[in-house]
Unconditional design. Structure first.
Length: 478
């Protein structure tokens, strides 16, 4: 197995092609030592029926996965003859086609901070082009590495959509780890709005009023389902909290994704007991001491309700059950504010009080990839359906956003957006107003995982237009 500290800087040369556009498609990627030109690993794989652009993005993803496995601590330069991929990954071109957005998001999540992208003429990309053609001709498949045991490369998100049936010998692998290590991907979806959400009332699990989705909430979930629909064949199951609003959301998602719904009670919202159905101001007026203690002590619970520590225990137990049942697969989990924040904190190795430093909007999507044996934690990225999503997510250092401690990508991406697009605004939790863009200051790097919360606002007119706004303020009700 390759020494992960062996390479200081690596080059990824990638290409992809389709015979028919769309038609039978494949990609090629080669990973090289930037200092010596030594070939570290090669990948040539088919992806079923796809377009040239999908194949090119798949080549980039394949190259980034090789870098993650064989040179996890190296700087990366990507060289491709695809102007579209280079310009979009560099942030200079918008991603307009809906098929490109999941690919761009996956590649961005894999690319370490500081990755550079260089366009090269086609004649200088012959190595990667040859690998793609060899794959199309049936002459090769998967990753080969001179200094490591050959293995089948795990399929990227888009590859599994295009060709979802892996061969019997294929073993999914993510990150730098043993060949048997597999990553389980959780697509965490918060339910759409209810009358309690709109009124900003505490809304717990099965022990409270248990309202259903409003018309607006159903519309939100349908938009989320449409956004996730290109990944339908990649999804193994839809797992839902049994609470009414989540089950209704899960049913709408499952209808589009073509998967049955499995209920998991461990993913239910925190029980707020006597506070259920009340606004924050009403609770403060009636039980200020209890509210103050609950906000400052993770083991304190509302009267008749649950503490954060109690919820954490059952959520992580549910996570273990889902991972055991769907190891190495992709699962949509439909849940609530508190459980999803706990899952994100767990994925990042952050303390439980991290739940107070996140914003989670209704019908938002959080993708968390978990690998038990990988030395590097995999990205955990919160996104939401948008036709104009241009914010880029990269692993960064621990940062501080407006005095609030924030892990990795979220703050860094927010800073980059604030400096390059002064019109971006950060909405406060539970309000429709906006506030000035947040400034960040970074401290020393301590982990490779990343998280980013995006709040998406539906503008009117025109109907159906989506805008994306980074946010960092905690929302307290589910």
């Amino acid at each position: 197995m390759t020494d992960p500290f062996r390479y200081r800087k690596v080059l990824i040369e990638a290409d992809g092609g389709s015979r028919g556009n769309p038609g039978p498609a494949a990609y090629g990627a080669v990973l090289k030592d930037a200092e010596t030109g030594e070939v570290i690993a090669e990948d040539g794989s088919t992806i079923g029926r796809a377009t040239n652009n999908v194949a090119e993005y798949s080549g980039l993803i394949g190259g980034l996965r090789m870098a993650e496995e064989f040179a996890p601590h190296a700087e990366i330069e990507v060289r491709m003859d695809s102007k579209l991929v280079i310009e979009q990954m560099s942030g200079r071109w918008k991603i307009k086609h809906p098929d490109m957005k999941p690919l761009h998001a996956e590649a961005t999540g894999l690319a370490p901070f500081g990755t550079t992208y260089t366009w090269i003429p086609r004649e200088r990309n012959g190595h990667a082009d040859r690998l793609a053609n060899e794959a199309l001709d049936g002459l090769r498949s998967g990753v080969t590495a001179p200094d490591a045991m050959p293995r089948e490369q795990d399929e990227s998100l888009i590859e599994e959509i295009q060709d979802p049936a892996p061969g019997p010998e294929a073993t999914p692998v993510s990150g730098w780890g043993l060949p048997t290590a597999s990553a389980t991907t959780l697509v965490l979806v918060r339910h759409g709005v209810t009358v309690h959400t709109a009124a900003k009332r505490f809304s717990g699990g099965l022990g409270g009023d248990n309202p259903g989705l409003s018309d607006e909430g159903r519309a939100q979930i349908r938009a989320t389902a449409d956004w996730l629909s290109p990944l339908a064949e990649r999804i193994d199951a839809v797992v839902s909290s049994p609470v009414r609003r989540t089950r209704e959301s899960a049913d709408l998602l499952a209808e589009v994704l073509g998967r049955p719904v499995e209920e998991e009670p461990g993913f239910a919202e925190m029980e707020f007991g006597a506070w259920d159905g009340l606004t924050f101001a009403e609770v403060a007026e009636r039980d200020w001491e209890g509210l103050d203690a609950w906000m400052g002590q993770l083991d304190r619970a509302p009267e008749g309700g649950e503490s954060f520590e109690t919820v954490e225990a059952r959520v992580l137990a549910a996570l273990a059950r889902v991972r055991e049942a769907h190891e190495g697969r992709t699962v949509v989990v439909v849940s609530h504010v508190t459980p999803i924040k706990i899952l994100v904190s767990n994925a990042l190795g952050a303390p439980l009080d991290g739940v107070f430093r996140m914003e989670l909007s209704p019908a938002s999507v959080t993708v968390s990839r978990l690998s038990t044996l990988s030395r590097r934690r995999l990205p955990s990225i919160t996104v939401r359906p948008s036709r104009d999503a241009t914010i880029r997510s990269r692993p960064l250092s621990i940062s501080t956003c407006a005095g609030v401690s924030r892990t990795d990508t979220g703050c860094g991406a927010l800073c980059a957006t604030a400096s390059s697009a002064p019109t971006t605004r950060t909405p406060n939790a539970g309000t429709s107003g906006t506030h000035a863009s947040t400034r960040c200051s970074a401290s020393s790097r301590s982990r490779a995982a990343s998280t980013l919360s995006w709040t998406v606002r539906k503008d009117s007119p025109p109907p159906g237009a989506w805008s994306i706004e980074p946010s960092h303020v905690v929302s307290s009700s589910g």
